[in-house]
Write a protein that binds this ligand. Structure first.
Ligand SMILES: [Zn+2]
Length: 330
């Protein structure tokens, strides 16, 4: 099975005609129903993230500003980002989903989880919203793994068509979180060159794969993605793999596109699974980021989820609970 985090509450982040809109999740819900995928998943109950969890990576004053801005009715909080009255609450539930998924996967309830949340998170910075993102869901999930379960090494794989600049910045000097991003370049947000590899103790724990639109083909993307990810994972040796799963590299995406087809997301899922099986006992927590052609997004999420479900044959190694409640992980 796979732990599937999905809730109509995420529709309450109202963004009007913005491309990151509630209809995205509606289309995904329809497709997962059509394919009977909800029935093949476990649907956990969870709550919003605690303030202390979010403050591990976000500035206290920023979080408070965001809460007040939403409570006052919201508006355009940043050039590309819209906030509605319930957006703060929705963002906290999104972050809570990823933290809960990390906890459950590390407890061995299942080896994989998919968090179909809004708003997305990988551009969100320590003290500011950015690029449709309010709180950095995936980064908070990585921090949850390190601090609550006391893991030593986590790998974040970001295949959203945009560079995950917020995530990169949060772990720039951190050797416990390997950040791997494949993205269109030059493109928004402008970062993500090969030369950006981290700093200090984090040097070598950031890996960027920029792809030029004109010269990229699905085949060239896949070949480079697989080779570089395998190499980087060998270096990081993760105990848990997180995916910033954006689907805006789809060739029909209205604001992204790196010419990928729906089936390419099945292949990306397979490659990440292989890496997770090799290093992390098959443990994967995947988190929705972008994807703005609602029908192709729904198709792509469905093949991604089928890929995660296909992992159920793999062995999730036994985990022994220690007397102090800590997990012993291979
Ligand atoms: Zn994106």
């Amino acid at each position: 099975m796979t732990l599937l985090y999905f809730d109509p509450f995420f529709q309450r982040h109202m963004t009007g005609s913005h491309p990151e809109r509630p209809a995205r999740l509606k289309a995904i819900e329809e497709r997962l129903n059509q394919r009977g995928l909800f029935d093949r998943c476990i649907r956990p109950q969870w709550g919003p993230a605690e303030l202390t969890q979010v403050e591990r990576l976000h500035d206290h004053f920023y979080i408070d500003e965001l809460r007040k801005y939403a409570a006052a009715g919201g508006g355009q909080i940043e050039a590309d980002t819209v906030v509605s009255p319930q957006s703060y609450d929705v963002a906290m539930v999104a972050a809570g989903a990823v933290c809960d998924a990390v906890d459950r996967v590390l407890r061995g309830e299942d080896s994989t989880a998919l968090c179909l949340v809004r708003p997305p998170g990988h551009h969100a910075l320590h003290d500011a919203p950015m690029g449709f993102c309010l709180l950095n869901n995936i980064a908070l999930g990585a921090k949850q793994a390190l601090q609550t379960a006391q893991l030593d090494r986590v790998l974040i794989v970001d295949w959203d068509v945009h560079h995950g600049n917020g995530t990169q910045a949060m772990f720039w000097r951190d050797e416990q979180v390997g950040f791997f991003s494949a993205h269109r370049f030059p493109f928004y947000p402008g970062t993500g060159e090969v030369t950006e590899t981290g700093e200090g103790p984090g040097l070598g724990y950031t890996c960027n794969l920029p792809f030029d639109y004109a010269t990229t083909t699905p085949a060239s993307f896949q070949t480079r993605f697989a080779a570089e990810l395998e190499r980087f994972a060998e270096h990081v040796k993760p105990q848990l793999v997180l995916i910033s799963a954006g689907f805006d590299a789809h060739r029909e995406d209205p604001i992204g596109s790196l010419k990928l087809d729906t089936e390419d997301f099945a292949e990306l899922t397979r490659v990440v699974r292989q890496v997770a099986n090799q290093h992390a006992g098959g443990r994967i927590v995947s988190v929705l980021e972008g994807g703005y052609h609602v029908e192709r997004l729904a198709d792509s999420v469905a093949v991604h989820l089928e890929g995660l479900l296909g992992n159920e044959q793999s062995v999730c190694p036994l985990q022994e609970s220690q007397p102090d409640g800590r997990l012993k992980l291979g």
